[in-house]
Design a protein around this ligand. Sequence first.
Ligand code: NAD
Ligand code: WQD
Length: 335
Amino acid sequence: MTGGAGYIGSHTVVELSLAGFHPIILDDFSNSNRSVLDGIERILGTRPETMEVDCRSHKALSAAFQSITARHAISGVIHFAAYKAVGESTKHPLKYYTNNVGSTSELLQTMGEFEVANLVFSSSCTVYGQPDSIPVDEKAPIAMAESPYGYTKQVCERIIRDVHASNQPLNTALLRYFNPIGAHPSSHIGELPLGHPNNLIPFLTQATAGLRDPLTVFGDDYPTEDGTCIRDYIHVVDLAKAHVAALNWLASRSEACEAFNLGTGQGNSVLEVIHSFERVNGVEVPHRIGPRRDGDITAIFADPAKAGTAFDWSCEKSLDDALRDAWNWQRALQS
Ligand code: NAD
Ligand code: WQD
């Protein structure tokens, strides 16, 4: 699992282990903290096997694959490693192209050399931009990317499709995540944004904890019922479980290369999220209405039927569960 020490990766380590897999984390800890390994150990009772690897380095990846294949058969690779801050990507595009695209091509090269075919790739609903109709399914066209970050996901999907169409055996699930939120219900792992959070939930929890200025709601003049943007917020544990299901699906295929939406199928506005958070946790979220944020689309939520059928998977947790777990995680971080 490249990037396995990150937010989605750490929850997936837990779910894979509970399902009987032996996950191995390859991470350079550029956007994560080694303390996440303690959290995983508290949940599972064992420390996950971890290698410090920069996936941009073919030499480092080869050494890791060499060491792993000497001991285990690799049933698949989950490629989480990437930078993900949309705003930063517009200021430092080369940082994003080098890491996100570079790591993916080095990884594909190494997988070919070691004859590993099964790949689960972390893509994003950002590839759709503002779709013509919602819920959006996988047949919707890919939109012109709004940011270098978004473009790296489109390019990586294309690189994977091109390699799949070549002579190199590759069996891939391209997972397009909607908005992952929440934390493990144990509060031992969760999202650890380094520095100023840009995403809604980490900013909201930090503002509510008094660590930040009040949350700014980015615009209330959108053509939605309450004027604020609509997104599909999926509990990170449900998302993690989808990776287990995707690996099992790949094990039953040999030459797949397919995209899957991973969302709940339900859209919620920013104000609905704030009010649900207040109701579920019995706290007040300090917030004010501000101007729109550049690049935001009005509304998107998933049609997750394809993943539901293929993976025999569906979301088990509600928005309330995710908001409760997010707040408990924020409080655990401060205690
Ligand atoms: P994250 O930053 O928490 O995790 C990414 C991990 O990758 C980090 O531990 C980081 O240290 C590691 N990493 C980065 N570059 C690396 C490199 N060159 N070599 C080795 N490790 C490296 O992010 P996340 O939220 O867990 O996201 C995981 C993946 O899912 C990313 O590809 C991201 O683009 C994608 N994604 C995330 C979201 C979201 O909202 N969180 C939504 C859609 C897609
Ligand atoms: C959610 C909603 C904001 C912060 C991003 C990436 C996307 C994917 C998921 C990786 C929006 C509003 C936010 C704030 C606010 N990531 N908001 N005040 O923009 O849907 O998607 O993360 O692939 O590619 O673009 O997520 O959490 O930033 O915003 O009002 O302080 O909350 O306008 O409507 P977004 P987000």
